[in-house]
Each structure stands twice: as C-alpha cells, then as structure tokens.
Design a protein around this ligand. Sequence first.
Ligand SMILES: [Zn+2]
Length: 379
Amino acid sequence: MIDDSNRGREVVNSGLFSRRSFLAKSSYLGAMYGVAKLLPMPALAAELAEDSRISQTPIVDKGFASVRKIGDGLYATISDPSKGFQTVCNGGFLVGKDGALLIEGFISVAGAAFQMDALRMVSQVPVKGALDTHYHFDHSMGNAFFGANGIPLWAHVNTGKRIIESYGALQGADKAAFLGPLEKAIKDAKTETARKHHEDYLAHVTTVFNVSNSTVLALPNRPIDPAKLPMKVDLGGVTAVIESYPGHSGTDVIVRVPEQNVVYAGDLLFSNMYPVCFDTQATVSGWRQTLKTFASWNKDTLFVPGHGPICGQEGIALSRALFDDIEEQAQKMHKAGVPAAEAADLYAVPEKYKSVAIFAWDFSIGPTITKLYAEWVAK
Ligand SMILES: [Zn+2]
C-alpha cells in the first residue's frame, strides 16, 4: 500500500516514481537473483576476438543485453542476466533491402521492444516477422510486443499449445500447492548435494510461476509445420533458412544464413554451459545427433546460441564433449547398479569444465542423466 500522504509528492517527483516502477518490475524477476550463480557473460567467445565478420563494438549495450553486427545485415543480441532480466536469452535480427526478421520474444515485452529499437537504429525496412526458436518462457513471454505492433510471429506448430499448457496453466494457480512437492523434495533430500540441487530447482520454478502470472501470454500466429521445412525467407539480398531439429524442447527451430555461414541456433546450443535437458520432449540422443549435424557444417560457421557467448565450431565441440562426459560417468554408475535418481546428483564436474556454467543442476545435468538411463532401458 502506498501511504496517501506520499502520493502527491510521488507524482511530482518523477525520479521517485520511476524508481518505484523499477522496483515493481524487477521484483517479479527478482527470484532469479536468488539462484543466479550467473557470472557476467562475455558476448563473444575468446576464439572470435579476431573474426572480421563480428563488430567488436556493439551498436547498443544496455548491460542486460548488447547487440552487435556479425555479418552482412546480420545482428546478434547477447544477454547477460547477471545485469538484468529484460531479455535473459539471446536473439538477433536479419536485415535485407526489403524486410527484416526478428529472432526471439525474450522473457519480457521490454526485452522484445529493446531488440526492435536496436533494429531501428540500423534500418527502417518493414519487419516481415518475428520468430520464437521454441516455446520456453525465456524466449516467448515478450510475444505480446509483436501482437501489439502487428508483427506476424512464427514458431514451430506446437509452440502455442505448449505455452498454454506450460505457462497458461500456472495463471491463477495456487502457488503454495504448486510449489509444495518441490519444498517437500528439499526436506526429504538424502544428501546435502541433492538438497542444494533441489533448492536451485525450486528457485527457478518459482521464477517460472511468477513470470507466467505477471505476463499476458501471446501466441504465434504463423505456425511452422516441421514437415514443410526447410523454409526460405527472402529479405532482399539476405536469405534466411528456417530448419527444425530435435533435442531441447520438441519445438526447436533455427535460422540459418548459409551464404554467410551464420546460424541462430536457439537453445539447441548452450555456449560454454551445460545443456538444459529438463523438457519432457528433450531427447539426449536426438540432441547429440543435432550437434553432430552442426559440427558437419562449414568450419568457419558462427553460432548465436540460445544462451552464452557467440561461438564457432569450438562451442559445438564443447557441447558434444559435455554430453560425452555425462554419458561416460552415467554409464559407469549404471553398470555399478546406482539407481537413476541417485546417479542424477552424482556427476562430478571435471577440472577442465569448472568454468562451464550450470544454469541449474536439476534443469541440466540431472535430467540428462535420467534421460540417458531411460534411453538405455528402452534399448
Ligand atoms: Zn529453452
């Protein structure tokens, strides 16, 4: 409640007012601060410092995200959630003579608007459309921006359905009842490690709940049928190719620019991070096959990942090596008779991967192990 005696002063004191609205806005994403072992993220992998396609100076840098040129008419938006939660995921845009394509709805309308403003700094061409690379909340909660601005929104045909099932279902739900089982899992944890993993998980799920409840959901109106891909989008001198691959969410599409060896990979690539594998439709074998395909592309390919710094083929190699290492350790535990639920907490991060970020154990390493076990049992 705002004290009435302060109201007049508040209205005239716009400084105070804007600070207040900042606090209101940041509080719903504030839960993420609790979990954020999110170190400041560089926008570029060190290997790319000399790549002439990439502008070393961003066209705009707001801390929470920066935008830089990475090719002819190609731009990458790279987020740094340690500095704010307007965007959270990476994205980008493609600009030709006739039109532009925006990639990602981000975690908030403010994030989607930020990227649109960046596009308008470099071009006034009409926006042909925007694209969600998949349905996850950090890529789609800003979709209302596109609706409000008459921008067609493309996504995998199942994206709208999964936004409603996953986030619409949380709107108006009883928070305590929803989070209760997760709190119980923390209490019942048999080891200190398991307890810590469950606490991180609870913090992230709480964020998903809060963001879902504070967002007016907006759904893509240009469903993409994966059976009809690849699809070419001619922007005038820049041709985007939309393709779909399995792995992260069951709704993953990427944007490729083969003429320039640039790929906007969405969350099929976590750069310098352990892959996030929690989704019911995530598939470890499918994802590894997808990464193998990415690795077969030109050695000078630039990848804009869903999270983490822009990278080249070394980023794909690291992602594959992380899957290999998790499999190797899980295989040993499986052979030794360790049950899946226990094995999920027992992976040891090798010294050489200590600088690789972990978004949250129970969203990434844990489910990768339980899914591997399930794949072995199914064989
Ligand atoms: Zn995702």
